[in-house]
Design a protein around this ligand. Structure first.
Ligand code: ZN
Ligand code: ZN
Length: 316
């Protein structure tokens, strides 16, 4: 099968062996996949991953022991866990120390004609949701994870820093909470997507001082941490959504003195993400910059790296 493989640089392999599903796993034929910032960071060395890239996908189950799954259109949670360790027994599956993560850690990913995942990770996609929306379930779930972790009240002043793919999803999810929300970024055409939804936006630096109760860093850069801290009011909550190759430099005493609550946040719940898409409560279609064939995977990565680009999709 064709696969977009990484071992120092992304390359298209025309004859990569098709994956064989293990016990309890499904073989999934890819319909559509999305390039995420994490993929771009992996291609810079993040996680030291080697293998087939990609973790955002929608596809059709082609083989599974449980016949009910055959032919079903699915999305899949990306962390594959052991189910037996102390953390799994506490329900902390995404933290299982034995886990593999689709296209990120120890498991080939979704930028290929076929992929495998445990049936336990799969979710049926309701008919009303087209592939072009369903491919956003994973990042939308990551945005929703914030609400699993902290309470966002209507009176809260909330700032989303960064107008990349994830920042735009996070802002839309938080806007549904009815909070006093501002999204700050660097690109008029990206912030325009939020503006159309009635969300307040700002381009570039601003003079807000330290007035926000909650700041969500979606910049995807080490600098975002400090920028976010500069805007957070004392006793505020700083949510970190960015993962990147490299380290942030930060004076931790500031967190102590200002009594900041720091929340690291990544993978989130798929079911509410599917529900938001089914009800049309978030606009993901506007985030699609281009759809390329898997054959053009290397070019798709180059395109995804450009600052003006939002989501690049891959079709087999
Ligand atoms: Zn992702
Ligand atoms: Zn485990």
């Amino acid at each position: 099968m064709k696969a977009l493989f990484y071992d120092g640089e992304p390359k298209l392999l025309p004859d990569y062996p098709s994956p064989k599903p293990l016990l309890g796993e499904a073989l999934i034929r890819l319909s559509l996949a999305g390039i995420c910032n994490t993929d771009l960071e992996i291609a810079k060395g993040y996680m030291g991953f080697q293998g087939v890239l990609g973790h955002e996908f929608v596809g059709i189950v082609e083989a599974a022991e449980e016949e009910g799954w055959l032919g079903k259109r699915v999305v899949g949670e990306i962390n594959c866990y052991c189910g037996e360790c102390p953390l799994c027994r506490r329900g902390l599956f995404t933290h299982c120390p034995e886990r593999t993560t689709l296209g990120i850690w120890g498991r080939d990913g979704a930028f290929a004609e076929y992929l495998t995942l445990p049936l336990a990770n799969l979710h049926l996609v309701p008919e009303e949701i087209p592939d072009e929306d369903a491919v956003f379930v994973e990042p939308l779930a990551a945005a929703l994870e914030i609400l699993e972790q902290i309470e966002v009240k209507p009176k809260d002043k909330v700032l989303v820093l960064g107008d990349g793919k994830l920042g735009l999803l996070v802002a839309q999810v938080l806007a549904l909470q009815g909070c006093d929300l501002l999204a700050v970024g660097r690109h008029a055409h990206k912030l325009e997507i939020l503006k159309r939804l009635g969300i307040a936006t700002h381009i570039g630096e601003g003079s807000w001082e330290r007035s926000f109760d909650i700041v969500v860093d979606c910049t995807g850069t080490p600098e975002g941490f400090v920028q976010a801290l500069d805007l957070l009011c004392p006793r505020g909550t700083l949510v970190l959504k960015s993962t990147y190759h490299g380290e942030a430099e930060v004076d931790l005493s500031r967190l102590v003195v200002d009594q900041v609550t720091l929340v690291g946040s990544r993978c989130g719940p798929f079911i509410p993400a599917l529900e938001l898409l089914r009800k049309g409560q978030v606009d993901v279609a506007s985030l699609i910059s281009a759809t390329l064939s898997l054959d053009e995977g290397v070019r798709a990565f180059q395109l995804a790296r450009k600052r003006e680009t939002l989501k690049v999709l891959l079709r087999p």
